[in-house]
Design a protein around this ligand. Structure first.
Ligand code: PXG
Length: 446
């Protein structure tokens, strides 16, 4: 059993068994735990008192730095004033204000926001809204959903159905029916070591025409893609690819959803990937950066026509039978408010843009290190793909990750790819440190 704090080693829980850790090799972790006990600005403190540079902004979310006073204080003020209030048939001002502030990040001024508590819920919400939207407009046969190979859209049944990472799908039965997938655009024969957007691959968007021809547009509700695939390690869209998807969707009356859980709020040096690539989707899902990771929050931004399509029946009728106990939770809304203010005051989008060349130059300097198969980058996101150790997929990246920690540096790894996502408050020197520590770790992981 868990003992009292007085009996425990300071900072170290003495029972690691009870917590079934997410997306973690539980037995490996628990045999040699890596615990973080405090965080401030760019650094974590480990349980053994070491400072660890946060090279992944937590899990792509803590961009204004850890323990940012205005965000922490906004949450403290809110919890003291009103800890919780429902959003079903009741409302509280802070959620409305946060939604308005969020919608203002996009160029249009009439977008609407549906709040969830995570990216996974945001994705499932967007997929449900897409299907329901067609139904309320009299096109109830439009139920098919199109995702993409290598796509990550969270872990709900909707998200794993449209997602394209086989490990996240294969254990969980038959998933949603009526889902198809576009091919991914990752091809080392054409795109290896590209800086920013690859020139090759826009034609892969034409596969959507084949899928439409197969199923008929009248059965397809939506296409969902990440503008830049994050979890499958920074797969950047080829020049013109997203424009083609937009054009095909528009021509066939199919909704285009950008899953911007990672790319939203500045990771690409613009408010959203939509702006970076000059392509306007019909819905955007977001989470992570919106609260600086301080309180969980996600959501879906929908264009006015979608919201208005639902606002047609009797006024006393609920228009969308969907929502969460914590949709627009006061503390999350307060955190979003303060985070969006911080982003604005600090010019975070501009800052991310200014830092992009430093990250690009740094990460591509790793070309030629032994075992490096590819390097990709855009905005403040970069990935280094490593050749797997024969017959031991994933081991090389794990070794790099562990060596990185020894060097006082936190990376992310999936498969044999290492990802870096520096917080927007990083200095150039800190980005250089991240790269040099990665170099040391790659050299050590043979
Ligand atoms: N969509 C996208 C595009 C995501 O990247 C989700 C949905 C799900 O969000 P929630 O809040 O339900 O986890 C995500 C989450 C990584 C990593 O390092 C990526 C995510 C989560 C954790 C780790 O690859 N993405």
């Amino acid at each position: 059993m868990y003992e009292t704090d007085e009996n425990a080693t300071p900072g170290v829980p003495n029972n690691l068994e009870a917590f079934w850790m997410p997306f973690t090799a539980n037995r490996q972790f628990k045999s040699n735990p890596r615990l973080l006990v405090a965080a401030k600005d760019m650094h974590y403190t480990s349980h053994d008192g070491r400072q660890i540079l946060d090279g992944t902004a937590g899990l792509w979310c803590v961009n204004a730095g850890h323990g940012r006073a205005p965000i922490v204080e906004a949450v403290q003020r809110q919890v003291a004033r009103m800890d919780y209030a429902p959003s079903f048939q009741m409302g509280h001002p802070v959620a409305f204000e946060a939604a308005a502030k969020l919608a203002a990040v996009l160029p249009g001024d009439r977008d609407h926001v549906f709040f969830t508590n995570s990216g996974s819920e945001a994705v499932d919400t967007a997929l449900k809204i897409a299907i329901a939207y067609h139904r309320v407009r009299g096109e109830a046969a439009r139920t098919r959903l199109i995702g993409r190979e290598r796509g990550y859209h969270g872990v709900g049944f909707g998200g794993i159905s449209v997602g394209g990472i086989s490990g996240n799908r294969k254990f969980f039965g038959s998933l949603l029916p009526g889902v198809d997938h576009l091919p991914h655009t990752h091809d080392l024969a054409h795109n290896a070591f590209t800086r920013g957007q690859p020139g090759w691959g826009a034609h892969l968007a034409d596969e959507l025409e084949r899928i439409v021809a197969l199923h008929d547009a009248s059965t397809i509700a939506a296409v969902i893609v990440e503008p830049v695939q994050g979890s499958s390690a920074v797969v950047v869209p080829p020049v013109g690819y997203l424009q083609k998807l937009r054009e095909i969707c528009t021509r066939h009356g199919i909704l285009l959803i950008f899953d911007e859980v990672i790319t939203g709020f500045g990771r690409l040096g613009e408010p959203f990937g939509a702006q970076r690539f000059g392509v306007t989707p019909d819905m955007i899902t977001f989470a992570k950066i919106v609260t600086n990771g301080v309180i969980p929050m996600g959501g879906v931004i929908v264009k006015p026509a979608i919201y208005e399509a639902f606002m047609t029946g009797p006024e006393i009728a609920v228009e969308l039978f969907h929502g969460y106990t914590y949709s627009g939770h006061p503390m999350a809304a307060a955190a979003a408010h303060a985070t969006l203010d911080a982003i604005k005051e600090e010019g975070s989008f501009k800052r991310a843009r200014e830092l992009e060349p430093a990250l690009e130059q740094g990460v591509h300097s790793l070309k030629g290190e032994s075992g490096v198969a590819d390097i990709r980058n855009i905005g403040l996101a970069a990935a280094v793909e490593l050749e797997p150790i024969p017959a031991k997929p994933g081991l090389r990246a794990l070794k790099v990750f562990e060596r990185g920690l020894e060097e006082g540096m936190l990376f992310r790894f999936t498969g044999d790819t290492i990802a870096i996502a520096p917080p927007f408050i990083s200095t150039r020197a800190e980005i250089e440190t991240m790269i040099e520590k990665l170099r040391v770790a790659i050299r050590a992981a043979r």
